[in-house]
Write a protein that binds this ligand. Structure first.
Ligand code: HEC
Ligand code: HEC
Length: 161
């Protein structure tokens, strides 16, 4: 979709645009396979990728699910334990993957954002005109609705075409 905008803007320079945009290395995350996480954390919104927040953020968020951004998202102790283990072992400051490393960038020592959408990388990546155009075009009402703009977000794909 972003490419469409580029093409419209570039008009006759279409070929040049394609060449310049080139095959970028898409940002990707391994799809979440843990069934408990998929069920419990994918009920109201897509199950977010643990690599997008540091360990400390997940500990805070997951220990306060009764008061979850205005909703009660509490779950039983057994699944909760599994969910905490899943998130904290894949947090941005724990995992060594490329995705985790990128989401760790820009975080101050001990900084623990309470949202993905307030993390430095999210802010940096969502400033451009393409983002603003999509917000209007798809009538998006929350930044947390990743799927509205990244149609393969559930599969862990956040590339730019
Ligand atoms: C009962 C519904 C519900 C369930 C279940 C739920 N959430 Fe949420 N979650 C919400 C709502 C509502 C928001 C706020 C969305 C917004 O601001 O648009 C939210 C936001 C979030 C955010 C912040 C998104 C942002 O703005 O960056 C994270 C992280 C999150 N949830 C993680 C989880 C995890 C992990 C689980 C599983 C343990 C979970 N949620 C289960 C309703 C739920
Ligand atoms: C209103 C539309 C919109 C929403 C909502 C949105 N994004 Fe984006 N996102 C974009 C645009 C546009 C870009 C810029 C693509 C580029 O880098 O060319 C982008 C870029 C990104 C990138 C960087 C991709 C790369 O390869 O550099 C990531 C990662 C990302 N978004 C994750 C998210 C996550 C996670 C959410 C939900 C919490 C989200 N986005 C919500 C429009 C959106």
């Amino acid at each position: 979709m972003i490419e469409t905008n580029l093409l419209l803007a570039a008009g006759a320079l279409m070929l040049a645009t394609v060449t310049v945009a080139g095959p970028t290395k898409a940002e990707s995350f391994p799809p979440i396979k843990n069934q408990t996480v998929k069920t419990e954390c994918g009920e109201c919104h897509m199950a977010f990728f643990p690599e997008m927040l540091p360990r400390k953020s997940w500990v805070k968020i997951l220990n306060d699910l009764g008061n979850h951004y205005g909703e009660d998202a509490s779950i039983d102790p057994a699944p909760l334990k599994e969910i905490i283990a899943f998130h904290t072992s894949r947090a941005s400051d724990v995992l060594k993957s490329r995705g985790a490393r990128k989401w760790r960038e820009g975080l101050k020592k001990d900084e623990a954002p309470d949202r993905i959408t307030t993390a430095p990388r999210f802010i940096r990546k969502h400033k451009e005109n393409d983002y603003k155009r999509m917000w209007t075009k798809f009538k998006v009402t929350s930044n947390a609705d990743c799927v509205a703009c990244h149609k393969d977000a559930n599969k862990g794909l956040f590339d730019d075409d």
